[in-house]
Design a protein around this ligand. Sequence first.
Ligand SMILES: Nc1ncnc2c1ncn2[C@@H]1O[C@H](COP(=O)(O)OP(=O)(O)OP(=O)(O)O)[C@@H](O)[C@H]1O
Length: 246
Amino acid sequence: MIVAKNITKSFSRLKALDEMSVTFSKGECIALLGPNGCGKTTLIKTILGMVVPDSGTIEFDHEPIAGQWLYRNRIGYMPQIGRYPENMTIANVFEMMKDIRKGSCKQLDEDLMESFELKALMHKKMHTLSGGTRQKVSACLSFLFNPDVLILDEPTAGLDPVSSEKLKEKIIMQKEKGKLILITSHVLSELDDLVTEVFYMQDGKRVFSKKILELKEETGEERLSKAVAKMMVLSNEQKHDKSYTF
Ligand SMILES: Nc1ncnc2c1ncn2[C@@H]1O[C@H](COP(=O)(O)OP(=O)(O)OP(=O)(O)O)[C@@H](O)[C@H]1O
């Protein structure tokens, strides 16, 4: 569904993405992992067309995305930090988004708005919201237009535990519907029941990408955090052994 080939993106002398290639398929829930500053958000933004790569190509459903924008109607994006017109109420923001996306979605998905009880807060202005409520607005907007692809950048950061669980349940339901979900999180324990694949990056490059079953089998670990940690140790140990392919 999304295929990126040899994507490079530099900011001055820093290579945020270095010849990065990825294939993300329908029905997968992929954890995009790696240390701070390794290029996860930059990769997401190149897929969304918000950052233009210096070289390389990205295809969405076999069509190059360069110069295109309609494909974005099929993606729900929850940014790490949602930025909105601060003087608007939550209701204004939703109306604005519905207006922008007019006609691109027949049936709105308002499940999360209900489970987060957001409707009671609709009159509040964005600049008055707590960090968690702002995060809930971003989550609701990303699911609202029933997208085929969900890109969620640190979705549970700032959410209380009950709201986090509600969001996780919603993500699992979308995965079961066969959607493609890309998710970044530094709290690996939250990803345990969610992800089907792990894509681990460092310094703008892929270190390994593995299906979750394969990862658990190879490391002998059940929990994602332990499996990823062990994979990193194996990766370092095997760096000079060319017979071992990640
Ligand atoms: N617009 C920009 N201008 C200059 N440098 C940038 C810009 N965007 C990203 N970078 C740099 O590119 C590198 C990758 O950043 P990116 O946000 O993709 O990392 P990340 O893996 O998402 O990090 P985190 O886990 O902290 O969210 C970082 O060194 C960052 O400072």
